[in-house]
Write a protein that binds this ligand. Structure first.
Ligand code: ADP
Ligand code: MG
Length: 343
C-alpha cells in the first residue's frame, strides 16, 4: 500500500538530481535526463546582494562587471564559500527544472566530499527551502562512479578519479562504500591559473582566466602529442600596457600545466600506496576511471597510466558522470539510501 502511494507520488512529482560542481551545475530530471547544464556563477548587486543573473549569463559577466555588480563562483575551491549565494543558486536551478510540480520533488544532490558537516546540513536545508520534500546528499566521487556505471556494490576495488574545476577527488570504492579517498584542491581552475602565470613570467603578457581556459581546452595536454599544436593568444603587454597578440605552442602549455598535473598524478599514486593489497590488485584488471571536465585534458589518461602501470579510461561524457549518477540513484532511491555507506 505504502509502495503504491510512493509510486503515485513519484509519478506526480518530478524527482531531481543535482550536481553542484565548482565549475558547472547540472540538473537531472527523472525520466528526461540532464536538462540544465550551466556554470556555477552568480551575478548580484553589491551591498543588497540582489541577484542579477545566474549561470551562463552570469559567467559572461565575470571580470567584466561595473562597480555595483559582482559575479562570483560560490563553490570555487570545492567548499561552500558563500552559503547565501549557494542557496540562491540551488533555488534558481530547481525552479528552472522543467516538469510538472504537483507534488514537491525528491532531490539527490552530489556535493564535494570535503565539505564539512555543517555545510552538509546547510546544503540539505537549502534544498528543502527550495521546495524539496526529501533530500539525499551523495559524495561526488560516489555519484561519479555510479554515473559511469562502475559495479560499486561488488566486493571489489573500483578507482574513480573525478577532476572538476576546483578539486580532484580520488576514491577507492568497494561494497558501495568509499574505502579510501584523497581530495586535492587542484583541478581546471588551477591549470588555468598556471597558464596565466606562465604567460606573465615568460612573455610579460597579462591574460584573463577565460583566455587561459580557452588555451587549455584548445591546445593543453599532459603527455606528448603525436602532432603538437599552437595558437594565438591575446592579452595586455605588461611593459607597454597595450593589447598584444602572440603565438604559443602546446609544448609550452604542457610545461605550464606540469605542476598541477603532477599534483593530480601524485594524489592517485598516494592513494594506491595506502590501499589494501586485495583492493589494489583488483585494479590491475579493472583499471582507473577518469571523470569530470578536466579528465578531457589531452593525454592525462596516458600520463596516469604511465605513472601507475594501471589501465586508465576516460568515462564517456565525463562532464555528465556525476549528474547521471544522481539520476541512477533517483531510480533506486530506497536501495541506495540503505546501501551507500556514509563515511
Ligand atoms: P565541476 O564538477 O568542478 O563543476 P566539471 O566537471 O564541470 O567541474 O569540469 C569543469 C572543468 O573542466 C573546467 O575547469 C574546464 O576548464 C575543464 N574542461 C572542460 N573541457 C575541457 C577540455 N576539453 N580539456 C581540458 N579541460 C576541460
Ligand atoms: Mg564535478
Amino acid at each position: 500500500m505504502l509502495g503504491l502511494f510512493n509510486r503515485l507520488l513519484s509519478f506526480l512529482s518530478c524527482d531531481i538530481g543535482i550536481d553542484l560542481g565548482t565549475a558547472n551545475t547540472l540538473v537531472f530530471v527523472r525520466g528526461r535526463g540532464v536538462v540544465i547544464r550551466e556554470p556555477s556563477v552568480v551575478a548580484m548587486q553589491q551591498g543588497t546582494k540582489k541577484i542579477v543573473a545566474v549561470g551562463a549569463e552570469a559567467k559572461r559577466m565575470l571580470g567584466r562587471t561595473p562597480g555595483n555588480i559582482i559575479a562570483v563562483r560560490p563553490m570555487k575551491s570545492g567548499v561552500i564559500a558563500d552559503f547565501e549565494i549557494t542557496e540562491a543558486m540551488i533555488r534558481y536551478f530547481i525552479s528552472k527544472a522543467p516538469g510538472h510540480k504537483l507534488v514537491r520533488p525528491r532531490v539527490v544532490m552530489a556535493v564535494p566530499s570535503e565539505i564539512t558537516g555543517v555545510d552538509r546540513r546547510a546544503a540539505e536545508e537549502a534544498v528543502r527551502h527550495a521546495g524539496a520534500r526529501d533530500v539525499m546528499l551523495i559524495e561526488e566521487p560516489m555519484a561519479a562512479a555510479i554515473g559511469v556505471g562502475l559495479p560499486i556494490e561488488q566486493p571489489a576495488g573500483n578507482l574513480i578519479v573525478d577532476i572538476g574545476g576546483g578539486t580532484c577527488e580520488v576514491a577507492l570504492i568497494s561494497l558501495a562504500g568509499i574505502v579510501q579517498a584523497k581530495s586535492v584542491r587542484v583541478g581546471g581552475d588551477a591549470m588555468d591559473e598556471c597558464i596565466v602565470q606562465y604567460m606573465r613570467r615568460v612573455y610579460n603578457l597579462l591574460i584573463g582566466e577565460r583566455m587561459a581556459e580557452d588555451i587549455k581546452v584548445s591546445i593543453g595536454s599532459a603527455y606528448p602529442m603525436s602532432k603538437e599544436m599552437s595558437m594565438e593568444v591575446r592579452g595586455r603587454d605588461l611593459v607597454s600596457g597595450l593589447p598584444k597578440t602572440l603565438r604559443v605552442t602546446s609544448e609550452e602549455i604542457r610545461e605550464a600545466l606540469k605542476d598541477s598535473v603532477t599534483q593530480i598524478v601524485d594524489a592517485v599514486r598516494n592513494l594506491l600506496a595506502e590501499a589494501k593489497p586485495e583492493l589494489a590488485s583488483d585494479l590491475v584488471d579493472r583499471g582507473i576511471v577518469l571523470s569530470g571536465g578536466s579528465a578531457l585534458l589531452r593525454g592525462l589518461d596516458r600520463l596516469i597510466a604511465a605513472q601507475t602501470g594501471l589501465p586508465v579510461i576516460v568515462a564517456d561524457d565525463p562532464l555528465s558522470g556525476v549528474a547521471n549518477g544522481t539520476g541512477r540513484v533517483l531510480d533506486e532511491l530506497d536501495f541506495y539510501k540503505s546501501h551507500i555507506a556514509r563515511r
